[in-house]
Design a protein around this ligand. Structure first.
Ligand code: PEP
Ligand code: CO
Length: 459
């Protein structure tokens, strides 16, 4: 294999990285500026996440990864960040309690801007323009000026990521995440929904347990795990110029870490073995995820794992399956068998969003809640019957009361509702109610798998 450097990807073919910046020298100046900016995460934090994912790979923990399809400059607001953080905390409580396992929380946040698009152009009323590619590249407004890639957007995205990271750290460790506050994590707008009622009942049980523990001398003051939480960040490592600029040598280990996020993932459209994205990812020490979908054969998957995780380190690789509810049961078993046969350590996670996107007659991209849940269930069934641990989920979601995905039992979103609060900059997201409902459904299924497993072990 050729020598890896943070820039060795530049010698390989690259998909979905814009090549039409009008001023290439300006892009290069921006990248140089970024190289001098502080890291957004520390290598030690990425190592800790890798360890925690190692526990997931071993079936001892569960991964909850979620956030916007695309962060945007427009929706950047502390309230939005708080709402996302708290709905993930609620989901984590539900999953921890239901599955009886620790939950590793990873946001699609603080850097999730650049988007691969299925078409390089967008046509509206006979007018054709380059597609919107994420706020760190060009603008969403449908005008020729706005669609021109602008390098300055990378600096703005860095600034927004830094401020986001700062607030997330404060939420995670500054008191908000104290388990004594679980009642306060409910969102105003979902008050009165069946999910909120269920969540409140769960909080009461947890409070009773906390009171008991406190009487035994275990308090948030004495036990830091009760007063703070670990919250990690991730995004698709798409714009490799940006990722290269954020990649630094860790002074403790002398190894390279991409300090733009704790975890990076390779998208379904950029995971070619001999292309730039795989080349870049193979050299960094961060935990890496890879989206897998239709068309990926076991042979190729094994080759990718040889390149990305030659030492078969547990926690290094998360495979995020994104097939669609009607395809996952057909494609996943052969891959799961191949991985198991080869003794490869991976985290198996399910993205039930990207294979379930449909377009309504009125032109909205949406995803039906029932299909999303069906894909998660089938994913779990397949892995369980292949003797693998269905270790995680990956959602596009928001804490806002949006109407982007159809269905959900609390306040079912109907087709005619989609237009009322459809705010996403790219794909349709679950709203907080839908996300919490999914967490309850998944916790139930996970709990039953764990009971079965317990019965098998004691038989
Ligand atoms: C995404 O996660 O937003 C995405 C583009 O997914 P995929 O690579 O699986 O299509
Ligand atoms: Co998406």
């Amino acid at each position: 294999m050729t020598k890896w450097t943070p820039s060795s990807w530049r010698d390989k073919p690259a998909k979905h990285i814009p090549t039409d910046y009008p001023d290439v020298a300006e892009l290069s100046d921006v990248e140089t500026t970024l190289k001098g900016y502080p890291p957004l995460v520390f290598a030690g934090e990425a190592r800790r996440l890798k360890q925690r994912l190692g526990q997931v790979a071993m079936g001892k923990s569960f991964l909850l990864q979620g956030g916007d399809c695309a962060e945007s400059f427009k929706e950047f607001h502390p309230d939005n960040l708080r709402d996302m953080f708290r709905v993930m905390m609620q989901m984590a409580v539900v999953l921890t309690y239901g599955a009886g396992q620790p939950v590793v929380k990873v946001g699609r946040i603080a850097g999730q801007f650049g988007k691969p698009r299925s078409s390089p152009v967008e046509v509206r009323d006979g007018v054709e323009l380059p597609s919107y590619r994420g706020d760190n590249i060009n603008g969403m407004e449908f005008s020729p000026e706005s669609r021109i890639p602008d390098p300055q957007r990378l600096l703005k995205a860095y600034g927004q990521s830094a401020a986001t990271m700062n607030l997330l750290r404060a939420f995670a460790t500054g008191g908000y995440a104290n388990l004594r506050n679980i009642h306060q994590w409910t969102l105003g707008y979902v008050d009165g929904s069946p999910q909120t009622k269920k969540y409140k009942e769960l909080c009461e049980k947890i409070e009773e347990a906390l009171n008991f523990m406190e009487a035994c001398g275990v308090t948030p003051e004495s036990t830091p795990q009760m007063s703070a939480t670990d919250y990690y960040t991730s995004h698709e490592g798409l714009l490799l110029g940006y990722e290269e600029a954020m990649t630094r040598i860790d002074s403790t280990t002398g190894r390279w870490y991409d300090t733009s996020a704790h975890m990076l993932w390779i998208g379904n459209r950029t995971r070619q073995l001999d292309h730039a994205h795989v080349e870049f990812m193979r050299g960094i020490e961060n935990p890496i995820a890879m989206k897998i979908g239709e068309g990926l054969e076991p042979d190729e998957l094994m080759k990718l794992l040889d390149v990305l995780n030659p030492e078969n380190e547990a926690g290094k690789i998360t495979l995020i399956a994104r097939y669609g509810h009607d395809k996952v049961a057909q494609h996943l078993p052969t891959l799961a068998r191949a991985i198991k046969r080869a003794g490869r350590h991976v985290v198996w996670s399910c993205d039930p969003m990207h294979g379930n996107t449909i377009k309504t007659d009125s032109g909205y991209k949406t995803r039906p809640f029932d299909n999303i849940m069906t894909e998660v269930s089938r994913f779990m069934q397949v892995l369980h019957s292949e003797g693998c641990w269905p270790g995680g989920v990956h959602f596009e979601m928001t804490g806002q009361n949006v109407t982007e995905c159809l269905g959900g039992s609390a306040r079912a979103v109907r087709e005619e509702d989609l237009s009322s609060r459809y705010h996403t900059h790219c794909d349709p997201r679950l709203n907080a109610d839908q996300a919490l409902e999914l967490a309850f459904l998944i916790a139930e299924e996970l709990g039953s798998y764990r009971k079965e497993e317990g019965a098998r072990l004691t038989a």
